[in-house]
Design a protein around this ligand. Structure first.
Ligand SMILES: Nc1ncnc2c1ncn2[C@@H]1O[C@H](COP(=O)(O)OP(=O)(O)OP(=O)(O)O)[C@@H](O)[C@H]1O
Length: 275
């Protein structure tokens, strides 16, 4: 049994039942990372929200999402709340909206732990400082006492990653976690995620095949709510089958980069220019 099993997931919205996700199926093993790529509106975010039980009320869902064998579709909200932040967590694109602007960062990280593990309350401050340091925040004591608006975009995303990982969830969903960041910080955050997601299952939603190639072993390509192609990332890059994937790879010129080597970023050009 895979850690995550999504079968025939279909999601539509509103009274007209406009279909956003159409019979999507995939599995994820315990230590596997799957990238979901596709253009804007292809259904990537809606798929990932279904996996963490965060779809809005106007969503109609059919099919199955099983986490460690437990069915999440139709699961009561109270039970979903027990899972969220503990067994499955999410890193969003825009940390400013995911963080509470009125609460100090350290307290927000601590509350995720306290919510699910009251027995760890005693040592929570040390645990929070430890996590903030681990995700690369240089001055964790000061940052713990700061409000989100006092942090840079990169620090906020690191704090959000600390929140998402603090309970060591088996599955982490990353929805465009680096899109809002400048290229240098983007690369640092990807390197951090690459290390911290080891041994966990991860769904990595992105419109950027280069980003997915850096951190995932497999990729699923979505178009108009369907998965049109899926496979090991290097295989899909070398031999794309679907015309949409072929176009995506041609436009990214990703085939020019040898396997295992990172795609050049704008930062590389800046670094080259500075030498
Ligand atoms: N709450 C909602 N109510 C109605 N339609 C919605 C809702 N949320 C998403 N949709 C629709 O579902 C479809 C898929 O959206 P989704 O956000 O999953 O796309 P995406 O691939 O993640 O795009 P992006 O890269 O821009 O985030 C879109 O047509 C969108 O308009």
């Amino acid at each position: 049994m895979s850690h995550l099993e999504v079968t025939d997931l279909t999601i539509s919205f509103g009274r007209r039942r406009k279909v956003a996700v159409d019979h999507v199926s995939f599995t994820l093993d315990k230590d596997e990372r799957l990238g979901i790529i596709g253009q804007s509106g292809s259904g990537k975010s809606v798929t990932s929200l279904a996996v963490i039980g965060l779809l809005p009320d106007n969503a109609h869902v059919s099919g199955s999402v099983r986490l460690d064998g437990r069915e999440l579709v139709g699961m009561p909200e109270r039970k979903l709340q027990d899972l969220r932040g503990d067994e499955v967590s999410m890193i969003f694109q825009e940390p400013m909206t995911a963080l509470d602007p009125t609460m100090k960062v350290g307290r927000q990280v601590g509350e995720v732990v306290a919510l699910h593990h009251s027995e760890r309350r005693g040592g929570i401050r040390a645990e929070v400082i430890d996590w903030l340091g681990r995700v690369g925040i240089l001055d964790p004591e000061r940052i713990a006492e700061s409000y989100p608006h006092e942090l840079s975009g990169g620090q906020r995303q690191r704090a959000l990653i600390a929140m998402a990982l603090a309970n060591r969830p088996g599955l982490v969903i990353c929805d465009e976690p680096t899109t809002a960041l400048d290229v240098l910080v983007q690369r640092q955050i990807l390197d951090l995620l690459d290390v911290e997601l080891r041994g966990r299952a991860a769904l990595f939603v992105s419109h950027d095949l280069g980003v997915v190639r850096q951190v995932c072993q497999r990729v699923a390509v979505m178009l108009d709510g369907r998965i049109v192609e899926t496979g090991p990332i290097e295989q899909v890059v070398a031999q794309p089958q679907h015309p949409y994937t072929k176009g995506l790879i041609a436009s990214a010129r990703i085939g020019d980069v040898p396997p295992g080597q990172r795609l050049p970023t704008v930062a590389d050009f800046y670094e080259g220019a500075a030498e």
